[in-house]
Design a binder for this molecule. Structure first.
Ligand SMILES: C[S@@+](CC[C@H](N)C(=O)[O-])C[C@H]1O[C@@H](n2cnc3c(N)ncnc32)[C@H](O)[C@@H]1O
Length: 328
């Protein structure tokens, strides 16, 4: 998709430079953060390693993991501007079948550092692995903190269409006047991005890794649109957006799409290479991207995959009859 506001590709630096526009640092996040001056960054947004033993991480005890992250967070606090924000997107740490919600474990660390929580956003994605000994997990959270009480929040830039734009006040002095906002409504703290197509291709279309336009080989990539909303609401054009654990550069793409300066660090050189390629394809106008605001796909019921397979029809019918009998 060609994006008109970037006519000329920008130079990509590989270390911090105050007048750079894009920085891709290949290496450890802490080493890179140490090179960034105090009060530089407007938005830190990331999905940190979850200590799950993914191919890019060495699993340690949960206590050790949090201690290490606390050190990095203190450094992130240092480089944030006073009006800046930090968005920390996490799911669960699971050990021996027991679930530890990482946001609750992180929260005391943020409080100790004097961060202020503004929202605990639920990111609902609709699809994923099916659990057999607990309910299947279908959301993760994004903690939005600010460094002070004077912070950037551009609500009008992220409003979404209202369900009933024609609604009017039905009593009081404004009776008969439209009650909503012409720019739309506040998107709330429950965000639905991704769903269906990110996952379905795994079983729907053989030999296609995924039919979501953005998916790369990274195992834990998040969608660009999730971060676009943070970028638009919490920063202004020309501000620095930083992802310390950038993976394949999703946060950086969200920033570039809205004329922010972007930097990221990533320890796996292969992911840095993919991030670079995605940024270059963005400038070429060929980046595969699912736009912010595109409605989430709802099956029509006509797709083969949303119909009851022949093999299960008899069992499903019997179950229905049993249920009907038990109501009688
Ligand atoms: C959950 S993934 C982030 C994926 C990213 N949000 C995306 O959409 O591509 C976390 C990333 O952090 C990287 N990582 C882990 N420890 C790191 C460290 N100490 N410094 C830099 N990167 C690190 C991993 O290689 C992994 O790509």
């Amino acid at each position: 998709m060609a994006l008109p506001f970037f006519e000329t590709p920008k130079e990509i630096d590989n270390r911090y430079r105050a007048d750079a526009e894009i920085i891709l640092y290949s290496g450890d996040a802490k080493g890179f953060i140490a090179t960034i001056p105090d009060k530089t960054v407007s938005l830190v947004v990331t999905s940190p390693p979850y200590n799950l033993g993914k191919e890019y991480e060495n699993r340690v005890s949960i206590g050790r993991y949090l201690d290490m992250q606390a050190q990095t967070l203190a450094e992130l606090y240092r480089i944030l501007r006073p009006d800046g924000s930090l968005c920390w997107q996490v799911g669960n740490f699971v050990e021996d079948g027991e679930v530890y919600p990482l946001d609750t474990l992180y929260y005391p660390i943020f409080k100790k550092l004097n961060f202020y929580l503004r929202n605990r956003i639920v990111w609902y994605f609709g699809h994923g692995l099916h659990a057999s000994k607990r309910f299947s997990g279908r959301y993760e959270t994004l903690l939005w903190f600010t460094k002070s009480s004077q912070y950037t929040f551009n609500l009008d830039d992220v409003r979404v269409p209202a369900k009933y734009p024609g609604k009017r006040h039905f009593k009081g002095p404004r009776k008969g006047e439209l009650s909503g906002n012409p720019l739309g409504k506040n998107p709330s703290d429950v965000w639905e991005f991704l769903t269906e197509e990110w996952e379905t291709a795994l079983w729907d279309i053989p030999n296609v890794k995924s039919n979501h336009p953005e998916k790369t080989e990274h195992p834990c990539q998040y969608p660009i649109a999730l971060i676009e909303r943070c970028v638009l609401a919490l920063t202004n054009e020309g501000d620095w957006v930083f992802d310390p654990y950038m993976g394949v550069g999703t946060s950086l793409l969200a920033g570039l799409m809205h004329q922010r300066r972007v930097m990221g660090s990533e320890k796996e050189a292969a992911y840095v290479a993919i991030a670079r390629e995605r940024i270059e394809s963005f400038f070429r106008g060929t980046l595969k991207y699912r736009p912010l605001g595109k409605p989430v796909y709802v099956p029509t019921g006509r797709e083969k995959v949303s119909q009851m397979p022949e093999e299960w029809k008899a069992a499903a019918q019997n179950r229905l009859l049993e249920q009907e009998e038990s109501y009688e």
